[in-house]
Design a protein around this ligand. Structure first.
Ligand code: OOG
Ligand code: NI
Length: 463
């Protein structure tokens, strides 16, 4: 077997995300409806805005605009998490970022497994927001031990999947046939199981401790709980969801609509109540229901520097202190007004964002800049003279407050619960068996590299 017989990890990721999408549309028909609505709105936006079409044609693949950008799962043990890391590595997905959601009332901490680097993201951007349940936050010791016991006995990966992960690690890749089997085997882990592995009574107790605990502990595997295509106009889709018979959550998470989009805006349709059955001590099945699976959409903007992010966090906090968005939608317009008002303090002009050091950009020589032998001025002057251009770097990660909002609206709106803030990245990385990539360092590196390239090729006086 030579290296050249191997399928690239990017192509395994593409196949996997396509297979997952097909499975999910099949399992959750409302998700198919959302996908069609997103595609329709994206077409309308592009038809009305030829400039955007042009820009997307150059920087992205237009045909794949409405495809999934991410999904999410919730795991129960460190063992599951570290094996999942190895599974995703075969698809070129690596842990980026640490998210502590305990502060927001959700007993998990998380990372995002995603492709790293522009070229790989362009081939296929699929990523999975992966949470690990924090049993240490369950107060009831008896329940905590029972839950740990159930989790320690389940096997979420097929033997075939585990064997192929080992083979990929040993060989440094997989050939076509193995890659196909790998996708098929790994997909099984993300399937929905309507038969619980706990009794109705235990489900009830887990559910009372926290809905999320019941979702993680009660089933055979970590069913994919949502997939998320990209939309070019999130407000349009949000507004048109009810017309398609799907119920959106009350607010769009993240920053308000702006001329220069920052970070990430997200919304979802509420999780469906689905029929499940529980096996009782006597061995007979009892029917019940469980709410876990939903659909989400996202719209991405520029990646912010630590300074920009601190400003974002402060303004979001300000808005939420003025008006806490109610889950039933009763104060949505008031919240939107507070958000828009707070974010007036965030510059809404690319050059201002850049000059204040709030966002990450890539720099490149314009056609005119390329013609010059030597650019005898500093970078700012070269930008003003039209010799150098700058383009925003897209934010590829997630936001903890938004994630908490997405979790909550899908755990049932009564699920808000207080936990003591207890971020523990060290513990998470121990459980993961690896460190997570710091997203700021990563974006800064991309900006730095583009700047170096630009300075070198421009023969800058200062370079
Ligand atoms: C994950 C929620 C977070 C996002 O897009 O912020 C998330 C979950 O509900 O498991 O997917
Ligand atoms: Ni999501």
């Amino acid at each position: 077997m030579t290296q050249s017989d191997f399928i690239t990890s990017d192509s395994i990721r593409s196949d996997f995300s396509a297979a997952m999408s097909a499975m999910y549309r099949d399992e959750v028909p409302a998700y198919g409806t959302l996908m069609r609505l997103v595609a329709r709105v994206n077409e309308e936006v592009l038809a009305a805005d030829p400039e955007m079409r042009e820009r997307l044609a150059v920087t992205d693949s237009l045909e794949r605009i409405s495809e999934e950008r991410h999904g999410a799962i919730r795991l129960g043990t460190a063992q599951e998490l570290s094996t999942m890391r190895r599974v995703f590595a075969v698809m070129g997905m690596h842990p980026v970022g640490y998210y502590d959601l305990s502060t927001a009332g959700v007993p998990v901490h998380s990372t995002a497994f995603r492709p790293v680097g522009d070229a790989r993201l362009k081939i296929n951007p699929f990523r999975v927001f992966t949470s690990l349940l924090r049993l240490d936050l369950i107060k009831d010791e008896v329940l905590r031990n029972e839950a740990a016991d159930v989790l320690s006995k389940r096997k979420i990966f097929t033997d075939g999947a585990l064997a192929l992960v080992e083979k990929a690690e040993r060989q440094g890749g997989l050939d076509r046939q193995d890659a196909e089997r790998f996708v098929e085997e790994v997909l099984q882990t993300f399937r929905w199981h309507d038969k619980a592995i706990v009794s109705a009574d235990m489900y009830e107790r887990l559910h009372n401790a926290h809905r999320l605990i019941a979702d993680v502990v009660s089933f055979k595997g970590p069913h994919i709980n949502h997939l998320t295509p990209r939309t070019l106009d999130i407000d349009q889709v949000q507004e048109r969801m009810p017309g398609e018979g799907i119920a959106p959550k009350a607010i769009v998470e993240g920053p308000p609509a702006r001329r220069c989009p920052i970070l990430l805006r997200q919304t979802s349709f509420k999780a469906l109540e689905e029929a499940v059955s529980f096996r009782d001590a006597g061995g007979s099945w009892r029917s019940g229901s469980h709410t876990a699976r939903f659909g989400e959409i996202e719209q991405r903007g520029i990646a912010l520097t630590p300074k920009g992010r601190a400003l974002y966090d402060r303004l979001l906090n300000e808005a939420r202190q003025r008006c806490r968005p109610a889950a039933d939608g009763s104060n949505t317009s008031e919240y939107e007004a507070a958000l828009a008002e707070a974010f007036r303090a965030f510059p809404d002009d690319w050059n201002a964002i850049r000059r204040h050091g709030l966002g990450y950009f890539t720099y490149s020589l314009t056609a005119e800049g390329q013609r010059r032998k030597r650019i005898d001025m500093d970078l700012e002057a070269a930008i003003d003279a039209g010799l150098v251009r700058f383009d925003p770097i897209v934010y590829e990660d997630f936001l903890p407050v938004s994630a908490a909002g997405i979790f909550q609206s899908n755990l049932g709106d009564d699920a808000t619960q207080e936990f003591v803030a207890s971020p523990n990245q060290k513990m998470f990385e121990r459980e993961l068996g690896a460190t997570v990539l710091d997203e700021f360092t990563h974006y800064a590196g991309i900006m730095r590299a583009s700047l170096d390239r630009c300075l070198r090729h421009g023969g800058f006086a200062a370079a």
